[in-house]
Design a protein around this ligand. Structure first.
Ligand code: HAM
Length: 421
C-alpha cells in the first residue's frame, strides 16, 4: 500500500473517522432521545432543493443566499442548490405534505449535512452538520419556552455548564421593516464611515449591520435608533412572558439587543447559544420564530419556531465527561495457536459477538506473539487463546494483556468468566 494518495477531501470538507465518529453518534443519539421526549419526530428532507426555495425562504439579500450557496444547473437546466440550512426545506415539506392538517403543534427534528461556500476556518466548514428542530402552528410564547427548556435539557445531558443563551426579539415583520428603514435613514448620512460590507447591507439588509464586529461601526451604532422602540405591544408582551418564564425555570440567559440573526425569516423571539471555548465562530446554535415563512412559501398563515445546532462546533467544545463515557466498549481478542484452523477461531468470535461483546479475531497466519501485539495495539484488554490442546479439552485460555496473567477456562464458562472481569 502506498501512503501517497492522489485525492484528498475537497476544501472545507473533512472525513470523520472512528473513534471520533462514536462520539458524534452518541451526541446524535442523545438529541434523538431528548427531542422525542418533547414530542418531536424525525424528518428527513433531500440535500438538493430548488434554488428558489432558499431565495424566497432564507432571503435573497442574506449572505447565505447571496454568496454562500452551492448552486448549479442540472442536465435539464433547472437551478438546484445544496441545502445551506434546513428550516426552509422543512417548511417546504410542511406545505407539500399538508401538515397543517395534523394536530398542532407539529414538531419535527432533523440531523444532517448542510453546505455553505464560506471561507474555511476553525469551526467553519463548507460541509457542516446540524441537528435542528422546528415546531409549527403555535403562536404563543410557551412553545418558545418549551423549546429552550428542551435545549437546556439536551446540552445539560452532554455535560455543558458554561454556555450562554443570548435572547432577543426582532418584532413582527412590520416592526422589523420599519426599524430597518429607520436604521437606514440614520446610517445613510454616515455612509462614508461604514465598511464595504455594511455599505452594501445599507441597501439590501440594514438590520444585519448590527452584527458588525468592526469597532468603528459599533461606536457609530451606539446612538442609532433601537429596535426595541419599534416593537408592537404584542411582541413586547410575548418577549416578556418568555423571559419571565425562563427565569422561573432557571434557564440562564442574557438579553442581547443587537442580536438579529443572519436569515431573513425571523420574527419576534431569536436566540443563540455561544461558548467561550470557541474562537470567532462562537455560536453553537441559533434559532428563533419565523411566523411568516410558511405563508411566504405558499402555505397558509402558520407560525413556527426552531433552532439548529452546529454539530461540528458543539463537538469541538464537548465536555470531557461526556466524551470519556463514549471511550469505547471493551474489545475481546481471539487468537489461535498453530494447528487450529481459522474457522474454529471465527466460530468462537461469533459466539462472543452474539452475546454482545465487541470481538476482534486474528484471521491471518500470524504468530501468536504478533497476534497478541496486534490485539494490544487495537485496545484489547482480554484475549481468548485457542490452541490444539484447548480444542481437545473443550477449554480456552483467557489472557489479561495488562498483567500477563493467563487462566484456563471451560468453554461453557467463557462468557461468564469474561463478564465477571
Ligand atoms: P444558522 O445560525 O445559520 O441558523 O446556523 C445554525 C448553526 O449552524 C450555527 O450556530 C453554527 O453553529 C452552525 N453553522 C453555521 N454555518 C456553519 C459553518 N459554515 N461551519 C460550521 N458550523 C456552521 C440556521 O441554519 C437556521 N436554519 C436555524 C433555525 C432553525 N432557525 C429556526 N429554525
Amino acid at each position: 500500500m502506498t501512503s501517497r494518495s492522489r485525492f484528498s477531501t475537497v476544501k472545507g470538507t473533512r472525513d470523520l473517522l472512528p473513534p471520533e465518529t462514536r462520539v458524534w453518534a452518541a451526541v446524535e443519539a442523545t438529541a434523538r432521545r431528548v427531542f422525542e421526549t418533547y414530542g418531536y419526530g424525525e424528518i428527513r428532507t433531500p440535500i438538493l432543493e430548488d434554488t428558489e426555495l432558499f431565495v424566497r425562504g432564507v432571503g435573497e439579500a442574506t449572505d447565505i443566499v447571496g454568496k454562500e450557496m452551492y448552486t448549479f444547473l442540472d442536465k435539464k437546466g433547472r437551478s438546484l442548490s445544496l441545502r445551506p440550512e434546513s428550516t426552509a426545506p422543512v417548511a417546504r415539506a410542511f406545505v407539500e405534505h399538508h401538515l397543517s392538517d395534523w394536530p398542532a403543534p407539529v414538531k419535527l427534528y432533523y440531523l444532517g449535512p448542510q453546505f455553505r461556500y464560506e471561507r474555511p476556518q476553525a469551526g467553519r466548514y463548507r460541509q457542516f452538520y446540524q441537528i435542528g428542530a422546528e415546531a409549527f402552528g403555535d403562536d404563543g410564547p410557551w412553545i418558545d419556552v418549551e423549546l429552550l427548556l428542551m435545549l437546556r435539557r439536551f446540552l445539560g445531558e452532554l455535560g455543558f455548564e458554561d454556555l450562554v443563551v443570548l435572547l432577543n426579539t426582532v418584532g413582527d415583520r412590520a416592526s422589523r421593516a420599519a426599524y430597518g428603514e429607520a436604521l437606514r435613514r440614520y446610517l445613510e448620512p454616515r455612509r462614508s464611515e461604514l465598511g464595504e460590507d455594511s455599505r452594501r447591507r445599507l441597501e439590501t439588509n440594514p438590520l444585519r449591520i448590527l452584527d458588525t464586529k468592526l469597532e468603528s461601526e459599533t461606536a457609530l451604532l451606539e446612538n442609532a435608533p433601537a429596535l426595541q422602540e419599534f416593537l408592537t405591544p404584542e411582541s413586547r408582551e410575548h418577549f416578556r412572558v418568555v423571559c419571565d418564564a425562563l427565569e422561573r425555570f432557571g434557564v440562564a440567559f442574557q438579553v442581547a439587543e443587537r442580536l438579529v440573526r443572519g436569515l431573513d425569516y425571523y420574527t419576534r423571539t431569536v436566540f443563540e447559544v455561544v461558548s467561550a471555548g470557541l474562537g470567532a465562530q462562537n455560536a453553537i446554535l441559533g434559532g428563533g420564530r419565523y411566523d411568516a415563512l410558511i405563508s411566504e412559501l405558499g402555505g397558509s398563515e402558520v407560525p413556527g419556531i426552531g433552532f439548529a445546532i452546529g454539530l461540528d462546533r458543539l463537538i469541538d467544545v464537548l465536555p470531557e465527561s461526556f466524551r470519556s463515557r463514549q471511550a469505547g466498549a471493551r474489545t475481546i481478542g481471539v487468537v489461535r495457536a498453530g494447528g487450529v484452523v481459522v474457522e474454529e477461531a471465527l466460530r468462537l468470535a461469533e459466539e462472543l459477538r452474539i452475546a454482545g461483546m465487541a470481538t476482534l479475531v486474528e484471521l491471518g497466519e500470524r504468530s501468536v506473539k504478533a497476534a497478541l501485539k496486534s490485539c494490544s495495539r487495537r485496545g484489547c484488554q482480554l484475549v481468548v487463546l485457542l490452541g490444539e490442546e484447548e480444542l481437545r479439552s473443550g477449554t480456552v485460555a483467557v489472557k489479561d494483556l495488562a498483567t500477563g496473567a493467563q487462566q484456563s477456562v471451560a468453554r461453557a464458562e467463557l462468557l461468564r468468566t469474561i463478564e465477571e472481569r
